[in-house]
Design a protein around this ligand. Structure first.
Ligand code: AMP
Length: 541
């Protein structure tokens, strides 16, 4: 029997129409050198229509052509987030922090036609633009001398000139909810980055999940500081979820250092934020060093890599801010799970849930594949590679690349861990980062979490390095806090009370900072490379 229900498509034009009328008074604040610049959702809606007219009439965008952004988080980037998919084209967010040849590869792979670039990023784009084979137009947002772009032979426009005088409404075309709306490439630590193509439907459903109480709990009352870049996994879906829920947005643009973030939190009275752990570690150091406070900031969702429990505790005890741990990946839109403790739990028990990667929502099914590929139980004990499926999980990569990452309709995440019967995921590692010592696995994440709880340690990463006897052994790379001192012997002694003896690292090195990837994760590949090349000063105990 067919249902008798309507099949109105789920998608971004619906969100846009809704937000710019019903929540017309909600706001988008962009941080500038001179304070906040603010626009209402109604104004953003009108400018979104103007941008769509410009892309269609002046730049000739038709059908599902790709419009790329090379931008920070700001109001204009948000306008592109809505204009491009709503007009039927595909938004492609370029990661400005990738190596030049990777950015070029991605722009060509996606066959971008137009690039919107922030004025402050012109020098960075100029290095790669000549290699962008399919791009015809570059649109400069804000001030900035476009001269460095000219050598590439593209047509150059100014964003505000294009919008000026355009109608503030647009007759958004009919769309099919499963059509492409946006694409984002994985950050690609191995091999070429892969394209993930989100549909209108997947974005709409994902936004609902993001806003839900079990996830970020967003409402019209919130002021959301979106630190996670809009070029990294669609800023965790926060921009779309904000327009769906009426939450106001605070966009930090290029002002991403801890002092500027703290200023933005206080100026905009942000009460919710999203960023990777390394950003929060910087903010914490800054607050501790200056005595500044962040009284309005009540909650922050933190993911992208494992959040050290010590960081969660420090923010909660010293600054009254609750860190909500979450797990996801570009392939999962990215919300996979969020760590809200079960109702009725408190104290130690609640903490034991909060430090996990989170609980899967109804829209994400999860299972674990053991070493031989067979499914192991979600009993909180059995360890395996996490596989997920659901309406906002990728079914393939763009152009069908890397098909082995998918099996029987499930995405193989490459993350290893356990799942409890009540749906909480604990990751012990990436498959390629797990340390295989004498046939046993050592969790690098667990070692890192313990080390980062030591008062003298600012950051620590642990990688497996070749060992003639055990195949691999852990190398601990530690960054000490300013003015603090600790020897490898002391750190090993400290760890010996916390983990089994056979897991204690023998090899220790001290670094000025842990190398980071383009999206702020510890770059373990680089640490392994530096070790292999003999570039690290290593103490062996
Ligand atoms: P990306 O696609 O760049 O967002 O990277 C996704 C990967 O980041 C996941 O597959 C995990 O390995 C890692 N990741 C994301 N969130 C977490 C988390 N909360 N804890 C540990 N690893 C995480």
């Amino acid at each position: 029997m067919r249902s008798t229900m309507q099949e109105t498509p789920l998608g971004i034009p619906t969100l846009l129409r809704f937000a710019s009328t019903v929540y017309s008074g909600s706001q988008v604040h962009t941080v500038t050198a001179d304070g906040l610049r603010t626009a209402s959702f109604a104004e953003v809606g009108a400018r979104t229509a103007q941008l769509a007219h410009a892309l269609h009439d002046d730049l000739g965008i038709r059908g599902d052509q790709r419009v790329a952004t090379f931008m920070w988080n700001n109001q204009e980037h948000l306008e592109a987030y809505f204009a491009v998919p709503s007009m039927g084209a595909v938004l492609h967010t370029l990661n400005i922090r990738l190596y030049p040849d990777q950015v070029t590869y991605i722009a060509n792979h996606a066959e971008d036609k137009v690039v919107l670039v922030d004025g402050s990023l012109i020098p960075l784009l100029a290095r790669v633009l000549p290699g962008f084979e399919t791009v015809e137009h570059v649109v400069v947002v804000g001030a900035g001398d476009p001269a460095p772009l000219e050598a590439a032979g593209k047509q150059i426009h100014r964003y505000e000139d294009l919008l000026a005088g355009k109608p503030t409404t647009y007759d958004w075309p009919e769309f099919v909810e499963t059509d492409a709306a946006a694409m984002c490439y994985t950050s690609g630590t191995t091999g070429n980055p892969k394209g993930v193509v989100y549909s209108h439907r997947s974005i709409y459903l994902h936004s609902m999940q993001v806003a839900m109480p079990q996830s970020f709990q967003l409402t019209e009352a919130n002021q959301v500081l979106t630190i996670v870049p809009m070029f990294h996994a669609m800023a965790w879906g926060i921009p779309y979820a904000a327009l769906m829920s009426g939450a106001s947005l605070v966009m930090p643009d290029r002002f991403l250092q801890a002092p500027a973030l703290v200023r933005a939190i206080n100026e905009a009275k942000a009460d919710f934020a999203g960023a990777v752990p390394t950003i929060w570690a910087d903010v914490l150091n800054h607050l501790d060093a200056t005595g500044e406070k962040i009284p309005t900031l009540q909650r922050a969702v933190v993911g992208g890599s494992a959040v050290p429990p010590a960081l969660m505790q420090a923010f909660e005890e010293r600054y009254g801010m609750r860190i909500i741990h979450a797990w996801g990946m570009t392939e999962t839109s990215p919300l996979g799970c969020v760590s809200q403790p079960p109702a009725g739990t408190e104290g130690e028990l609640a903490w034991s849930y909060r430090v996990t990667q989170g609980r899967f929502p109804a829209g994400v099914q999860a299972r674990l594949a053991g070493p031989d590929g067979s499914i192991v139980p979600n009993d909180g004990e059995a360890v395996g590679e996490l596989e997920v499926r659901g309406p906002w999980i990728a079914a393939s990569y763009y152009r069908g690349e890397d098909p082995e990452r998918f099996r029987d309709g499930w995405l193989r995440t490459g993350d290893v861990g356990t799942i409890t019967p009540d749906g909480f995921l604990t990751l012990t590692d990436r498959e390629k980062d797990v340390i295989k010592s004498g046939g046993e696995w050592i969790s690098s994440v667990e070692l890192e979490n313990h080390l980062m709880a030591h008062p003298a340690v600012a950051e620590a990463t642990v990688v497996g390095v070749p060992d003639p006897r055990w195949q691999e052994r852990p190398l601990a790379a530690v960054v000490l806090r300013e003015g603090a001192g600790a020897t490898p012997e002391e750190l090993r002694e400290y760890l010996s009370g916390l983990i089994p003896k056979w897991q204690l690292p023998e090899r220790w090195t001290f670094l000025a900072s842990v190398p980071k990837t383009s999206v702020g994760k510890f770059d373990k590949k680089e640490v392994r490379r530096a070790y292999a090349a003999g570039e690290l000063e290593v103490t062996v105990l």
